[in-house]
Design a protein around this ligand. Sequence first.
Ligand code: GAL
Length: 681
Amino acid sequence: MHSHPLRSEGVIFGAEYNPEQWDLATQSQDIPLMVEAGITMVTLGTFAWGALETDDGVYDFKWLRRVMDRLHAAGISVCLATPTACPPMWLYHAHPEMAMTNRTGVRLGQGSRQNWCPSSPAYSRYALRLVGRLAEEFGDHPALAIWHVGNEMGCHNTFCFCERSAADFRQWLRERYGTIDRLNHAWGTAFWGQYFRDFDHIDPPRETTTLQNSAHRLDFARFSSDRQIALYDAERDILKSIAPDVPVTTNFMVTEHISSIDYGSFAEHVDLVANDHYLIADDAQSWRELAFCADRTRGLSDNRPWLLMEHSTSAVNWQPRNIAKTPGEMRRNTLAHIARGADGVMFFQWRQSAFGAEKYHSAVVPHAGTETRIWDEAVALGASVARLAEVRGTTADTAQVAIVFDYEAWWATQLDGHPTVDFSYSTEMRSIHSALLDRGIAVDVVPPKADLSKYSAVVVAGLYMMSQELADKIVDAVERGTHLLVTYFSGIVDSDDHVWLGGYPGALRETLGVRVEEFTPLRAGESVRMQVTDRHPGVAEDELTGSVWAERLRNTTAESLAVYSDPALDGAPAITVRDAVGPTGGSAWYISTHLAPPSLAAVVGEFCRVARIRPAARVRGSHVEVIRRRGDDRSYLFAINHSPKEAFVDAAGTDLLTGEAFTGRIPLRPGDVRVIREATA
Ligand code: GAL
């Protein structure tokens, strides 16, 4: 097992604490309440630049020291944020050019947060000066457990289009391409006569007339993500130079709807991967998205323990309809993150703000105080998390299945001029993840650099852009025995967004044994039907349906598992299987449409049977997650029942949450969670 980056003990139960919003009388109640709730770590200082540097070079660290001393005395450790997300108003006044400029050339105004250009020299100069002062003041404070750089870097300010950003972008392009000819080739500027003579002639992809050069936009996305990582590195280097032993991280936003930063690259720069996750309230089964994001976060941390830096006790306030969590939901969410590898779970925020933009966002201490359901559930949850101390440091059980997830491929799907607006990369991946989740199968969602050959099965879902290197790696794994499942619109273009010619999916065509000659996307709401052939009698359904997409494909070396039955594609292959790729290879499966959930469940079920993929435990019931964490000499089975019905899990051991011992069939009440220390590891 790897050494643990966090100095604190047990599984962390924490919250972001913003005492600067409260008078001293209220603050004096906070720490006793934290102790009552079992809080073991708080994040401090996230938005406190203005309170710590009240004017240019005028610092006030006294209040923060007082709070840290008191927390330390109460045994609560501190995740200290560098407050660089929100520069103070005096700094904007002195450097108005520091504000963000959007795509249309408008410089953004006051009143919100993170409104600074990532390439602004003034911002960096002041931010790094403050980081240095903060590290000198608190780098050796006994409460300090970890630094937290900025906040959700790039959440609101990834893409700035000002002249300073343009200059930085040109420099980045010079370093990437060396010569303008190379750039012209990569960007395909022969199309629409866009040839550049000099790097100095290039602008960021500002608002324009119609479809925009996709490679130009893609490189701006890469540049903008790199800028955020560079800003992190600059702060980290100062923190390390002053307090070398304190780990450094920042909170990622691994979620379904935020794609702007390449966390696959960013993860290599942090000592501990930390994530913020909020439920999509519109989604009645949002626990599925949580599971997918937690598996992605674990993939980013290479299966080492990670930290959930923020989630909510109940509703947020930034979605169209902010639905309150139901009783027990916060507990299930918390334990689901821990099940999937988190060694700590924290809330935004400790006390619900009385004013400001987020006053209707839930917190541990709600507006109504401590005689509330939220408070009672938080206190009970703190006690439950404390009982899981021995789980700390174990890792999720070795998964047999990997889904490859790539941020650059995600960006590429968002570019102009694609076959349909209905294609969604995250939906494709989540559909397969969900189908596996329903079978109780552990999945690693991994970046392209991961070692794929250790998995029994690899899934490539809607991975539109694929480098030669990744394609080679996938093919190599399959030739050595890994089973491959690929869904439509994968492996279509290379890293420059140039199409792999000769029939789609160019990067994997030979391995799959198919050749797609034409995309035939569907109208909104339209569906296609498919008939299952008799090749795989184990497929649970005879007729399958799909939506969004279809295509005209031919089998070269594969055979059809299902054929289209609609008139336009009548009898053409829809789902194909190549039984073995080479003498020792695995099978290669291809799905050419977006399958409806029951159809996907049937195909994934058959794929798992062929690939011999087994669930973490046998479950009787539906909407139940089962996932295992394992240490050198012990293992823990987490079982989470999201349904209103009782379920049963076949396992033996002791429930850490209740102390009950079971010898085989474990009952799981509606909405309940069990964490079983298994009898045999
Ligand atoms: C996060 C952010 C917090 C708070 C929270 C509300 O994105 O880091 O500061 O705004 O969302 O859900």
